[in-house]
Design a protein around this ligand. Structure first.
Ligand code: SF4
Ligand code: SF4
Length: 191
């Protein structure tokens, strides 16, 4: 894709918003590509992590709100640990998701929304992720009933998938509940 420099866009816009929300300095990135090379989910991304920074540098941040990349990012921070310039692409992705939410832009793929909602639902219910429930509820609500079913026996056999949720402490569960309550309160105040 050819990117053209647009001075007006370079001065403010999404880049400035991303810098304010993420605390990152976009100009620090010198495009070494280390972040993309270590990213475990880049194979699913429409724009690679280093390209996200490049788009922002060249004033094309709006394009980033139309692609799946910020929603595919798992916030694992591998990019941050590998970056020689200390740029957290994870924080940038988080800022892009926040900007999308503020503008009422939904993920480009309905499955991404379904997955996110099911993920948050299991964490809210158990205080941490319960993968078996996530997989089952995602398959049922997305309509992909047999998604990854062939992997199930192997995962169970190797003990990678538990059939019962991990029990969090009462204190931990309360802390998670407080976070959800706070977010719901903030979102209702914004409406
Ligand atoms: S690792 Fe850091 S410097 Fe290298 S491309 Fe990624 S963000 Fe830029
Ligand atoms: S935080 Fe996101 S962009 Fe960075 S390595 Fe993890 S999945 Fe990739």
């Amino acid at each position: 894709m050819e990117l053209k420099l647009e001075l007006e866009k370079l001065r403010g816009g999404i880049r400035q918003q991303v810098e304010e929300l993420s605390g990152q300095v976009i100009a620090e990135c010198y495009q070494c590509g280390n972040c993309t090379a270590g990213c475990p989910t880049s194979y699913e991304m429409e724009i690679m992590p280093n390209q996200v920074i490049r788009f922002l540098q060249l004033g094309h941040g709006d394009e980033l709100l139309k692609v799946n990349t910020p929603w595919i990012c798992a916030s694992c921070e591998t990019c941050y640990t590998r970056c020689p310039k200390g740029v957290s692409v994870a924080a940038v992705m988080d800022a892009l998701r926040q900007i999308a939410r503020m503008r009422g832009i939904k993920p480009p793929n309905r499955n991404l929304t379904t997955f996110t909602n099911r993920f948050l639902g299991t964490v809210r219910m158990h205080g941490r992720l319960f993968e078996a429930q996530l997989a089952a509820t995602y398959n049922l609500t997305s309509g992909h009933f047999f998604n990854n079913m062939s992997k199930l026996p192997g995962l169970l056999f190797k003990g990678k998938l538990k059939l019962l949720p991990h029990r969090s402490s009462k204190k931990g569960q309360q802390a998670i509940k407080d976070i959800y309550d706070r977010v719901i309160r903030i979102e209702s105040e914004e409406d």
